[in-house]
Design a protein. Structure first.
Length: 201
């Protein structure tokens, strides 16, 4: 793809570096921005810059947040003793989109995978155990993708937190083994949360 402007070429390169965006789509986005007034482009770039500069991780659940504690954790209408343990932010968002869950979350930041060099210390397991030891957690729902690594992680977590008096449950298997939660449809995922079963039974 040849450009008459180095600035346009750099804009296309920037957009095409994002996942799922090819050169042609990137060029369409660049040309769209050029049609807008300069104020629009400045607001657009400022929004991205401010998001990247000011976004932080919730100190309690490790969700993305504007503040030290995220909006979900501070929402008093939610059941603070019901914690949904997820692998990543995308899974949290997928469950939130179902509108079926009214508890809070804990984002692990991955799953235990020795082959990839990811052990328990690389995840936020210690802070989950701390929440359980403080008595904040009554039930932990393991909403982790049903893969070998996911099952290993659930088994490890259950061994850690069950002795602390926390009920451990798993989402119902409306989600196929080997599948990723973020790709499950909202109805299936919502029903899986509602129809959860005690882990190990």
């Amino acid at each position: 793809m040849h450009f008459s402007s180095i600035l346009i070429e750099k804009g296309v390169e920037a957009f095409s570096s994002l996942p799922g965006i090819g050169k042609k789509t990137a060029l369409r986005l660049v040309l769209h921005l050029l049609k807008q007034d300069k104020e629009f482009t400045e607001r657009f770039s400022e929004a991205l810059y401010k998001m990247r500069r000011e976004i932080r991780t919730c100190e309690r659940c490790h969700n993305l947040s504007d503040d030290p504690i995220c909006r979900i954790c501070t929402d008093q209408r939610r059941d603070q003793g019901l914690v949904c343990v997820v692998e990543n932010i995308r899974d949290l968002m997928a469950i939130e989109d179902t509108g079926q869950f009214r508890g809070v979350y804990h984002v692990l930041g991955g799953v235990i995978s020795p082959i990839d060099g990811i052990g328990p210390d690389e995840l936020t397991i210690d802070s989950l155990v701390d929440r359980c030891e403080r008595g904040d957690v009554k039930e932990a729902i393991m909403a982790i993708s049903p893969t070998i690594e996911g099952e290993t992680t659930v088994f490890y977590l259950a061994k850690k937190i069950k002795p602390l008096g926390v009920q451990v449950s798993s989402i119902a298997r409306g989600v196929a083994f080997g599948g990723d939660l973020e790709y499950a449809d909202e109805i299936t995922l919502g029903r899986s949360i509602i129809a959860r079963t005690p882990y190990g039974e």
